[in-house]
Design a protein. Structure first.
Ligand code: PLP
Length: 376
């Protein structure tokens, strides 16, 4: 895979090699169950404790506010259902039309059980405005969930303002920060949020590990029942290797955050200027304030899926909508929600760059797109 260009970092990321080495030692040597009292379990137990502290520091939380899960999907399900199952059904839930399916399908299940869910509409750039939330929230609202950054078009949301509105109405505020953690600066105390979902494999950790931040004092119920792990709130033997790997990968990303952001932004600017130089006619989706490196481009008159396959044949991995959506052969719900014309939406690709991409990769992506879209 030496010459392969991986530009789908919003789908998943390459594992941090240092984090992988540490992970290995917890699979091969220190494999004791952290709940047991004997010697072999002491190192794993300590490692889980230190990982919790490390992750908390990376997002400005306290260590007892971090709860380990199996990833972003579980964290989202837990946040929303762990609240809904114990709330008065006369109360409602508010989310946005552009959330990941981990939230949208959780809401759909809740609606089938008789809960009321209201959906916020984004503006044309994918922004959920405070005005939009003000127009739908009432004192009947118990829970508001708006993602920190969108996985298809990269739009970063005004979370602090949205959270203030939710709290004015005594509603809890959750944010799905799966695409944002490890890529932009996040301070949960500054944002004021009650709950935050995250997933390790989006920031160079291993797949199948994540966490839910639960602010101290927030009423939250168990969603997976069983043993007494995670302070009786999330049962199941801890994925020690995954947790340790996640903490190391996150710490390494946070230590290099400014440098990585600047570097990825530079690659992004270079790519767009090469596309312009080649005379490619594109629309950039997502507005001004997007995640570094997440580039949603629409090429009117073309087919995004065909572009993806041509790029794949040229040794380059990109995406159409979001990876979780690629099996559903219809226009993405996000592009629909921002009112993109269907013909334009069909010609949309997502290039998501990461810290491991190089200038040479950018040149290859631009050249290949030009070959596919003009010089064919
Ligand atoms: N939320 C967002 C915004 C995502 O982009 C994803 C994955 O793409 C998820 C949730 C699901 O995370 P996981 O793959 O860890 O289940």
């Amino acid at each position: 895979m030496k010459h392969y260009v991986y530009a789908d970092n919003a789908a998943t990321t390459e594992i941090d090699i240092g984090a992988f080495d540490i992970m290995k030692s917890f699979l091969l040597n220190n494999y004791g169950n952290p709940s047991q009292p004997y010697l072999l379990s002491r190192t794993p137990k300590k490692a889980v404790k230190e990982a919790r502290q490390c992750i908390a520091e990376c997002i400005g939380a306290n260590s007892d506010e971090i709860f380990f899960t199996s990833g972003g999907t579980e964290s989202d399900n837990w946040a929303i259902k762990g609240t809904a199952f114990f709330m008065d059904k006369n109360k409602n839930i508010i989310t946005s039309e552009i959330e990941h399916h981990a939230i949208l399908n959780s809401c759909l299940s809740l609606e089938k059980m008789g809960y009321s869910v209201l959906y916020l509409q984004p503006d044309k750039n994918g922004v959920i405005t405070p005005k939009e939330l003000e127009s739908k929230i009432t004192n009947q609202t118990k829970f508001v969930s708006v993602m920190l950054a969108n996985n298809e078009i990269g739009t970063i949301q005004p979370i602090k303002e949205l959270c203030e509105i939710a709290h004015k109405h005594n509603a809890l505020f959750h944010t799905d920060a799966v695409q944002a953690v490890g890529h932009i600066n996040i301070d949960v105390k500054d944002l004021g949020i009650d709950l935050l979902s995250s997933s390790a494999h989006k920031f160079n950790g291993a797949k199948g590990t994540g966490f839910l931040y639960i602010k101290n004092g927030t009423e939250m119920h168990s969603f997976i029942d069983g043993g007494s792990q995670e302070s009786d709130l999330r049962a199941g033997t801890e994925n020690v290797a995954g947790i340790v790997c996640m903490a190391t990968a996150l710490k390494n990303n946070i230590l290099q955050l400014d440098k990585n952001q600047k570097y990825v932004k530079k690659l992004e600017t270079k790519l767009l200027s090469l596309l312009e130089k080649d005379g490619l006619n594109y629309i950039r989706n997502g507005g001004e304030n997007t995640l570094p490196g997440l580039i949603s481009l629409s090429f009117p008159g073309f087919d995004g899926e065909a572009i993806l396959h041509c790029m794949d044949l040229m040794g380059i991995a990109i995406s159409t909508g979001s990876a979780c959506d690629s099996k559903r052969k219809k226009v993405s719900h996000v592009l629909k929600a921002i009112n993109l014309d269907e013909k334009v939406a069909k010609g949309t690709i997502r290039i998501s760059l990461g810290k491991n991409n190089t200038e040479e990769h950018i040149e290859r992506i631009a050249n290949s797109l030009a070959k596919i879209l003009i010089k064919q």
